[in-house]
Design a protein around this ligand. Sequence first.
Ligand code: EPZ
Length: 419
Amino acid sequence: MDKLVIVGGKALEGETRISGAKNATLPILAACLLAEGPSLVRNVPHLHDVTTSIELLSGMGVRVTLADGMGLEVDAGAVDNVHAPYDLVKTMRASILVLGPLVARFGRADVSLPGGCAIGSRPVNLHIDGLAAMGADIRVENGYIRASAGRLKGARIVLETVTVTGTENLMMAATLAEGTTVIENAAREPEVVDLACFLNRMGARVQGAGTDTLVIEGVKRLHGTEYEVMPDRIETGTYLIAGAITGGLITLKNIRQGTLDAVLAKLQEAGAQIRCADNMITLDMRGRRPRAVDVRTAPYPAFPTDMQAQFMALNAIAEGTATMVETVFENRYMHVQEMERMGADIRVQGNVAVVHGVERLTGAPVMATDLRASAGLVLGALVAEGETEVDRIYHIDRGYECIEEKLGQLGACIRRIPQ
Ligand code: EPZ
């Protein structure tokens, strides 16, 4: 397993480019199953999760070919099986996103249950119940979700919990259902909006994306299209914190304004100066130690759970004490013990973490446990005195394209040790 070795203490300066959003790419690639012809998806990030998606779709008979401009041509015209095997699904929970498209277009699906993961039990009951409400005969046996349906029927679905991939799965299924589907308490994440835009470009009729009520009028068939995936707002937030935690001056290019306002507000509260212009954002924290800032995660547009670990690293060296509350997942503090190995002073009680800012962190060998936790550890390492070794960075490679190159562009002292 590769490691990252980081020597901290340098203020980052410079600019780098933000890649396409992982959490928009994954549902959009799954949505290609709905069309009878090829789609060209651009600005696809080169990530392990994307490679896994390509493997999953190819196994179903989807033809996936590399195109220019970080593009993928995805042609589901000759799909010959509806099986999503456990050995792939267990490595990437988002594989569940093929369920809705398979049932909607082929009337059948045989998708492994994703199982739990480090940050929580992460059930998929709302995906299953929603498809059942649309007329699918769906049951779980031997660790697989087995579904069959004639043409799905439009339904009114009220989601008891805001679920991003649940909203996406049911929205995709509804595009080919007979009649109209209303999804209430829908997720409002920008990635849901990006998927809805892609679906409408394919000929779907989705309204209300970005609000908590989606109205989808089913159509008979969808066609291929061309689309550019939105920039990754979590990658953007992660690099902004890299600039803030090291007291630097950084500029990020190819960002999407208006998708990360809750995080920008908290960074400004911590003392960062932020300027946005078109598709660029600049953060200036030169000569300043961050102030501690309270954070409570919640579904969009509130502060994203996917930025909690990264902001905890900032609070770990801030002036003052911050209270952080994780309301989305039940076990998303795996990074705390590792940060404590670097000298952080954090007390966790249930879903509340109290972070007492310390003057400095010190480099130490630490272990990544999940994607965003590992990003938080890298951020801590950038400001820690001395050398930090981050182990098990396959977690990072799932969600951050060329992380050592991009941080290197910003002046970080970082190298990958292939194991
Ligand atoms: C998506 O996961 C993201 N993944 C996650 O990003 C992100 O953390 C999460 O949304 C929340 O924003 C992708 O988009 C591929 P949820 P998802 O369903 O959809 C409960 C990352 O780091 N729930 O919104 O799986 C669930 O237990 C990843 O990029 C049910 O109870 O998350 C959780 O408490 C990590 N039943 C809450 O909803 C269900 O059927 C939110 O989960 C589904 C979800």
